[in-house]
Design a binder for this molecule. Structure first.
Ligand SMILES: CC(C)(COP(=O)(O)OP(=O)(O)OC[C@H]1O[C@@H](n2cnc3c(N)ncnc32)[C@H](O)[C@@H]1OP(=O)(O)O)[C@@H](O)C(=O)NCCC(=O)NCCS
Length: 219
């Protein structure tokens, strides 16, 4: 079985952490043949020095994905769910396939845990049972997701987020570092939950909420 050629979109902090996940996956192969990372794509200039120690380079801006050979899969190492959505919609329209990455030191339940293409699960994350992750969802280091939770497309869990059982996070919700969602609460699409906040009541779409309990911040 040959390795899957892969490009990482985003050479910033999380993009490089995503490359670390790929390396860990390649070091711990089961039935998967692993990935052959061909480089990064990034819209900001002069980022080669950030990745040259990895023996890789920045091949160009994100839209260059379209010029790469058709068998090259992609993952998006960019923290903004809205940005990931824009890239993914364009890439999918062009027939490009997104890869999935699960760090070998993450723990995923064996029963009805489904990850859509593009999802990335980092080291020390735990996802228990009957959980659904949409496209390009990021579950960062140490985040936990309880039973029956749903994370729609482009949701971002920053490090050490806790999503309790039955919670539903709408499209492109961003959960700040160390924040929590209590059981069966719902967070509307596009909402940002600040670092350390506790979502004790449902939150509407497209707001910023901070604090314990999380309150919508006035614009
Ligand atoms: C909530 C958040 C999105 C607000 O961002 P912002 O609009 O740029 O906010 P600012 O830094 O301008 O701060 C505005 C006010 O909110 C307060 N504030 C910011 N973040 C807060 C938080 N998480 N909890 C409570 N108050 C917060 C600030 O102290 C400031 O208060 P002040 O006006 O009384 O001084 C952001 O602070 C946050 O928590 N982001 C998550 C970051 C994260 O998890 N990163 C992960 C990287 S791996």
């Amino acid at each position: 079985m040959s390795r899957t050629p892969l490009v990482i979109i985003g050479a910033g902090g999380f993009g490089r952490e995503v490359h670390d996940v790929v390396e860990a996956v390649n070091d711990d192969l089961g039935t998967h043949a692993g990935f052959d990372v061909i480089g990064f794509l990034d819209d900001t200039a002069c980022t080669d020095d950030l990745v040259s120690d990895r023996g890789l380079s920045v091949l160009g801006p994100a839209h260059r994905l379209e010029d790469l050979p058709g068998d090259v899969q992609y993952v998006i190492g960019i923290g903004s769910g809205a940005v990931r959505r824009g890239i993914d919609v364009r890439a999918s329209a062009g027939g490009r396939v997104a890869a999935q990455l699960v760090h070998p030191a993450a723990v995923l339940g064996r029963h009805r845990v489904t990850l859509a293409p593009g999802s990335i699960v980092c080291a020390s994350a735990v996802i228990t049972t009957n959980v659904r992750l949409g496209r390009h969802v990021h579950v960062n280091i140490g985040a936990t997701v309880g039973h029956d939770a749903v994370l729609e497309n482009y949701v971002t869990l920053n490090p050490n987020v806790s999503v309790s059982g039955g919670a539903v996070l709408g499209e492109a919700v961003s959960m700040g570092t160390g924040s929590s969602v209590l059981q069966y609460r719902r967070v509307g699409a596009g909402t940002t939950v600040g670092a350390g906040a506790v979502v004790a009541r449902d939150l509407p779409a497209d707001v910023v909420a901070v604090g314990v309990p999380a309150r919508v911040r006035e614009a």
